[in-house]
Design a protein around this ligand. Structure first.
Ligand code: HEC
Ligand code: HEC
Ligand code: HEC
Ligand code: HEC
Length: 153
């Protein structure tokens, strides 16, 4: 009786498949970080790593405590919903120690980040075309008080 023999190309395909799948399984064992899957589909250790980072933002509440006079001013104007730190940048260290100034130097860019015309911005956010908006007249803050933007200095 003639025994059944797999054709050689099929044998090679089977070996190749076992090789590829095997190397995936091995690589998964070797390269998956230890804490992966501890809580879910991510590295469990990432939680402690993120939690140990130093916070950089002080938060609106902290600014309000010491700078209530500015809060009172802004409260009646268009920027009332804009947090201090979205213009002044992260200021936690300054909040912990007022002598420490980590506020970034504010330039015209601080305004343009929100107000330069871009078709992707929502319509409620007033936008200017930088090329047409009083270009030669100087800095934004020469005509707009940053905390009361429709007031002239
Ligand atoms: C513990 C009180 C305190 C907290 C909290 C605080 N500040 Fe201040 N801040 C001060 C004092 C006092 C000064 C004036 C210090 C000086 O002129 O050297 C000041 C000055 C400033 C100035 C002017 C700095 C300059 O160089 O002219 C800015 C801007 C400012 N604070 C922003 C903030 C922001 C934003 C926050 C919230 C993250 C904040 N501050 C939280 C007490 C505080
Ligand atoms: C829309 C952006 C913007 C927001 C929001 C903003 N600021 Fe300012 N702030 C500025 C700019 C720009 C200056 C610099 C003014 C200048 O140089 O004429 C300034 C100046 C200051 C100064 C120093 C001069 C002064 O007017 O007393 C303090 C203190 C300050 N800001 C605190 C705050 C606090 C606290 C908040 C939140 C309640 C806040 N700012 C929100 C843009 C902003
Ligand atoms: C983080 C975003 C943000 C930044 C930065 C910012 N603004 Fe605004 N601004 C707003 C929002 C939100 C409003 C309220 C909606 C509106 O009226 O466009 C506003 C309103 C205004 C208005 C009033 C428009 C009106 O209704 O008549 C002026 C003027 C203005 N901003 C100027 C400035 C200037 C000058 C700066 C820089 C010192 C600045 N803004 C920085 C978000 C921002
Ligand atoms: C020479 C003075 C002057 C300068 C400089 C200036 N503005 Fe204005 N801005 C005005 C006046 C006046 C208005 C109100 C009338 C108008 O829209 O032209 C206005 C209106 C605005 C508005 C509201 C626009 C709207 O659709 O209601 C925004 C936002 C604004 N300016 C942002 C800025 C920013 C950001 C800068 C800096 C790049 C700046 N402005 C520089 C005088 C000025």
């Amino acid at each position: 009786m003639r025994s059944f023999k797999l054709p050689p190309q099929i044998v090679r395909l089977v070996i190749l498949t076992i090789g590829i799948v095997g190397s995936y399984v091995a690589a998964r064992q070797i390269f998956t970080p230890k804490s992966f899957g501890q809580y879910g589909h991510y590295r469990g250790a990432a939680l402690t790593e993120i939690a140990s980072r130093e916070p950089r933002y002080g938060g609106q509440k902290s600014c309000n405590e010491c700078h209530s006079e500015i809060l009172v001013k802004t409260a009646k104007y268009e920027h009332k919903a804009v947090s201090c730190e979205s213009c002044h940048g992260p200021n936690k260290q300054h909040g912990d120690d007022p002598d420490h100034h980590d506020a970034a130097k504010l330039t015209a860019d601080v305004c343009l980040r929100c107000h330069e015309f871009s078709p992707s911005r929502p319509a409620f956010l007033k936008q200017i075309d930088l090329k047409k908006h009083y270009t030669d007249k100087g800095k934004c803050t020469e005509c707009h008080l940053p905390h009361q933007p429709n007031e002239v200095p």
